[in-house]
Design a protein. Structure first.
Length: 231
């Protein structure tokens, strides 16, 4: 019996998606020897896409034509910006959490982006100008966000010993709902060309994130431990 993959399953099964999830950074960060200075590199670069994400979502709400998509993305935006309470906004919790873990707040939020980081943020901006690209980037982000956030949490733990980070905890709590909302926004009856455009946009997003983490691996020395010579 022939089964037809859903649109969401097709996106999740993308070879580019699988390649991104297999990026060596994610496996290595849990065992890498990270000083606070090297971990700070990760936190400083992560700030840039984190800070831009609410703007991206707001621009997507403006460009998406149907009320169902607008509603779904607005719910994600509402949580990202703190449900109306500034102190609960994700970027505020991020800066507070890093300061509590012993990192310099001004440095975390004020360091210039690497070219790969700037390209990532520009990718978000450009994607927010067109419906299929906007949806592809939203899906790509929300389905892999927890993986990325967890990797930053591991870097904090490896370098400071801090295991209870509010910024990581709030993602664990809210991310399943974000994924559900992203999927709701993808339930429209797309034609083949529209589906292909959304899939390619998602692939573009994962390529940009791959380049971002490749650069972080290089700059922060996050590499897999060499295999032991012992039998």
């Amino acid at each position: 019996m022939t089964t037809t993959m859903s649109f969401g399953e097709r996106l999740a099964e993308s070879p580019v998606h699988k390649s991104f999830r297999g990026n060596p950074f994610f496996a290595a960060v849990g065992s890498a020897s990270l000083t606070k200075e090297r971990a700070a590199i990760l936190l400083e670069q992560w700030w840039h896409p984190l800070h831009y994400f609410p703007t991206f979502l707001a621009r997507c709400v403006a460009v998406l034509p149907d009320i169902a998509s607008k509603s779904a993305i607005t719910q994600i935006l509402h949580e990202e910006t703190g449900d109306g309470v500034v102190s609960k906004a994700h970027e505020v919790i991020y800066a507070d959490s890093m300061e509590k873990a012993g990192f310099d707040r001004a440095q975390v939020t004020g360091t210039d982006p690497y070219p790969e980081t700037a390209a990532l943020v520009e990718g978000y901006r450009a994607a927010s100008e067109q419906r299929e690209k906007a949806l592809g980037f939203i899906f790509a982000t929300e389905t892999t966000d927890l993986l990325m956030v967890s990797s930053i949490g591991k870097a904090i733990e490896r370098s400071t010993g801090v295991t209870d980070t509010e910024w990581v905890s709030i993602h664990v709590e809210q991310e399943p709902g974000h994924v559900a909302e992203a999927n709701h926004a993808l339930l429209a009856n797309f034609g083949p060309e529209e589906e292909a455009a959304v899939l390619e946009a998602a692939n573009e997003m994962w390529r940009l994130w791959s380049a971002f983490f490749d650069r972080l691996s290089l700059e922060a020395g996050v590499q897999a431990s060499p295999a032991s010579d012992q039998p």
